[in-house]
Design a protein around this ligand. Structure first.
Ligand SMILES: O=C(O)CCC(=O)C(=O)O
Length: 298
């Protein structure tokens, strides 16, 4: 259970590090399943509903940016969210009724695995209130060299910066935006089994993996059940239609029950439109929109 100091820290700064978010047994099983997925990607030559491929991927050298929606690919990714220390952290921060928006296992292959340009998750999926956060469970140790998550503390209470480039929603801020205070960035490193928590409005990003070790972070994006989506780029559930949406809403309940009376708060909302040419993942959105990189050397 989180202490009052940890909760206050999250409220104030918009992020938190939690150690031992899963047991060693749970971690071992998650790694095993992940390794099997990566192995199976050898037979895949184009990004699809499961894999987002990185440049250089091939049968002899699997290089992925992402395993998409892992909790839909293998039930263990769902089970662990509902039966671990993560579950308690979720209830401590969002209350008893919680829902999942999406999940992703972001992988950075050794020697150059892809950067995630600076952004605010909220820009992708505005809701009726901002009781939304993401967990990032480290499946391997994460240090300064293998592309750790970085956050700018306190920005969850500030404006939503423009995420547009070349006339479309690019899913990344302009690194030259005067509101972007990069010198305030905090780097979130930790041992395998540790977990980052970041608020949906906090500015965050991560550099390429320059080490010889992979980086695997399993992200769950979660909300209080009374936060209803206004729109969401990349959220499959917007395309379901009412009946399937209803069924899916039950399936997405992590703890407690769905809430049919959205809580409406005064939150900054700008629709993530028009879409980038390729919205298959954040990597594809940022790349296809021509988002300016904060990490490229040139
Ligand atoms: O993988 C990372 O380092 C960051 C991931 C992220 O922010 C995202 O996928 O929205």
């Amino acid at each position: 259970m989180l202490t009052k100091d940890q909760k206050d820290f999250f409220d104030e700064n918009g992020y938190l590090m939690v150690e031992d978010a899963v047991t060693p047994e749970q971690l071992a099983r998650l790694r095993e399943i992940t390794a099997a997925f990566i192995d199976a990607s050898r037979a895949v030559s184009e990004s699809n509903d499961v894999y987002d491929l990185d440049a250089g991927h091939g049968p002899g050298n699997p290089r992925l940016t992402r395993i998409k929606i892992p909790h839909k690919q293998d039930p263990y990714f769902w089970e662990v969210l509902r039966n671990s220390a993560m579950t308690q952290v979720l209830n401590d921060l969002l209350g008893p009724d919680t829902t999942i928006l999406t999940s992703k296992l972001n992988t950075k292959a050794p020697g150059g695995g892809r950067a995630v340009e600076w952004h605010q998750d909220w820009a992708f999926y505005p809701h009726t209130n901002d009781d939304l956060l993401a967990f990032g469970l480290m499946l391997e140790d994460v240090d300064h060299d293998n592309g750790p998550l970085m956050v700018i503390p306190g920005t969850h209470k500030g404006p939503i910066l423009s995420h547009d480039a070349n006339g479309v929603f690019a899913g990344a801020i302009d690194p030259d935006d005067p509101l972007f205070e990069r010198d305030k960035a905090v780097t979130l490193t930790g041992k395998a089994g540790s977990m980052t928590v970041h608020h949906a409005r906090i500015l965050h990003g991560s550099a390429p993996n320059v080490s010889d070790r992979p980086r695997f972070i399993l992200f769950y994006e979660l909300a209080c059940a009374d936060a209803w989506p206004i729109l969401g780029s990349n959220s499959y559930f917007h395309a379901l239609g009412q009946r399937k949406f209803w069924d899916d809403l039950q399936d997405r309940t992590v703890t407690g029950a769905p809430c049919l009376t959205p809580r409406l708060e005064q939150v900054p909302v700008r629709m993530p439109l028009p879409p980038a040419p390729d919205t298959g993942s954040i990597f594809k959105t940022q790349e296809s929109a021509g988002a300016k990189s904060a990490f490229s050397k040139g």
